[in-house]
Unconditional design. Structure first.
Length: 516
């Protein structure tokens, strides 16, 4: 099991695949012919060219990027662009008004730079086009040239042929536009991209990351975000890790595509929060806030692992709810703008709760891999932790939860989770969880819980006393030996050397404490 941060399905559609308005060019007989050329360079960045031709006066809409400079040049006739807000964060829905030349035809070109068109690591590459969206009745032919391309391993849609080193695609139709207007290509390369390591120390914790050489600035940003957050995590979890490691991976479909933003392997969680945090390189192309909150989200999984919160299907909901709540809190503390993310989560989780009539206990057996239920499970998990935190003290409640887990020695089941949540609230929450649809939840036994903690503390004290006794005895023996050695200095040389050798052996012998 991998603990991962994903975007709920319906939130993904809000971010990337919102419905496009159905408009038509004023004169249906004068739809333009649009050819798009995308030239990808060695570093993965690209230049996008639009060559637009046709006849007669016309007006049509097309998506153009907000944050890139659009360069326009007319060969025949003239044109003007009016930008309108769209549901896509990075794009305008732009209206282009065209006036033909003397021969009633027009021809003009648009171009812009497109960063991170291809993202690469080792011998692998992943290409995703800009949003190539225009009116449904307009056919758009797209030519893509990728350097060092050896073999395509997956693509959507399929290319119809090749021409002069370009892969050729034809895009048209309302459905294609509503699904994002993207061409995605996964491919193998003829040459590898070298990898380097960047590291920096924060509060005596070393934060490091492996990165393909083209993404140094993204690696530095990742390390700095994690490093600045460390002090907040130490405060919340009362744990100070020696090292925190990150790695990047490509957004291949087999790894969850662009919907899975990052993950930590369950096997790493279950050995005390060891191992690297994996981050999707596609985060370079997401709206502000997603890169930062993904880092912070995955860090929570690692810290919960260090508290011995097991990664299994019965506790997964707790991992995810805590990760989302804490990461957004820390993001706000760091001054990261997450208001839109918070508003969306609050709205969507409440909508889901109402839709299910409050019965959100299905998450006690995590629906891993279920495309419908898993996105809902993330929302339900967040709803539970947010609801309890709002009622019992916000982040201070979360700190008490972490202390209760630490005192308990970890959690392995939903029952364990309900017990520590109750401990932190100072109130039995089993009835609330039963109301939410969780099964076989026993009441929190405060006395039993305290007795368990008392027994654990007594065992710890006994082990500490045993260790102190061993240390004291050892020190006494050494003192006696030294005194005797001084008093017996006149004894024959051979006997003296024998005593010294026995002392050395005694001091170098390993002391094996009881297993903790």
């Amino acid at each position: 099991m991998n603990l991962k941060k994903t975007i709920p399905l319906f939130l993904m559609f809000i971010i990337l695949f919102s419905v496009i308005p159905v408009l038509k060019a004023e004169n249906e007989s004068s739809f333009p012919e649009i050819n798009v050329y995308i030239n990808v360079r060695e570093d993965g960045n690209a230049t996008v060219y639009y060559n637009i031709t046709g006849f007669g006066a016309t007006k049509f809409w097309i998506f153009l990027p907000k944050n890139e400079t659009i360069i326009g040049r007319s060969s025949k006739g003239s044109f003007s662009i009016v930008n309108h807000t769209s549901s896509y964060y990075f794009y305008y829905n732009s209206t282009i008004n065209v006036t033909p030349g003397d021969d009633n035809t027009y021809s003009f070109q648009l171009s812009y730079e497109f960063p991170f068109a291809s993202i690469m690591a080792d011998y692998n590459g992943w290409f995703m086009s800009p949003a190539l969206i225009t009116e449904p009745d307009i056919e758009m032919t797209v030519y893509i040239k990728i350097p060092n391309l050896k073999r395509i391993t997956l693509e959507e849609p399929k290319h119809i042929g090749t021409k002069n080193g370009y892969l050729v695609y034809v895009l048209q139709g309302q459905l294609y536009s509503q699904l994002g207007g993207r061409i995605i290509i996964e491919y193998d390369m003829t040459v590898p991209v070298p990898v380097k390591t960047y590291s920096k120390s924060f509060n005596d914790t070393l934060v490091k990351i492996e990165y393909p050489i083209y993404y140094l600035s993204f690696a530095e940003k990742t390390v700095n975000i994690a490093g600045e957050a460390i002090k907040y995590y130490i405060d919340i979890f009362s744990i100070k890790p020696r090292e925190l490691e990150f790695r990047f991976y490509l957004p291949k479909q087999a790894m969850g595509g662009i919907g899975t933003l990052g993950f930590v392997r369950g096997s790493d969680i279950n050995v005390g929060g060891e191992g690297p945090i994996q981050l999707n390189l596609a985060l370079m192309r997401y709206a502000p806030g997603y890169h930062e909150t993904t880092i912070l989200h995955e860090m929570v999984h690692m810290f919960l692992g260090k508290l011995n919160v097991e990664a299994n299907d019965n506790v997964r909901w707790f991992h995810e709810g805590m990760a989302e709540y804490i990461s957004l809190h820390v993001a706000e503390e760091l001054g990261i703008k997450v208001e839109d993310i918070l508003n969306n989560l609050d709205k969507l989780s409440k909508t889901l709760y109402d839709k299910l009539g409050g019965k959100i206990g299905f998450i006690e057996n995590w629906p891993d891999g279920n495309d419908i239920l898993e996105p809902q499970a993330y929302l339900a998990s967040y709803y539970i932790i947010k609801t309890l935190a709002d009622q019992y003290g916000g982040i201070n409640y979360i700190k008490r939860v972490c202390k209760a887990i630490k005192d308990r020695g970890g959690v392995r089941s939903t029952q364990d989770v309900v017990d520590v949540l109750s401990e932190a609230a100072g109130k039995d929450l089993s009835g609330l969880f039963s109301k939410w649809g969780f099964h076989n939840i026993s009441p929190w036994n405060k006395t039993e819980e305290k007795e368990q903690q008392k027994q654990q503390n007594e065992n710890s004290e006994e082990k500490e006393q045993e260790t102190n006794i061993l240390d004291t005895a050892r020190g006494t023996i050494i003192t006696i030996v030294v005194v005797l050695a001084g008093a017996a200095a006149f004894i024959v040389y051979i006997l003296n050397n024998r005593i010294i050798r026995e002392v050395e052996l005694a001091l170098s012998a390993p002391i094996v404490p009881e297993e903790k």
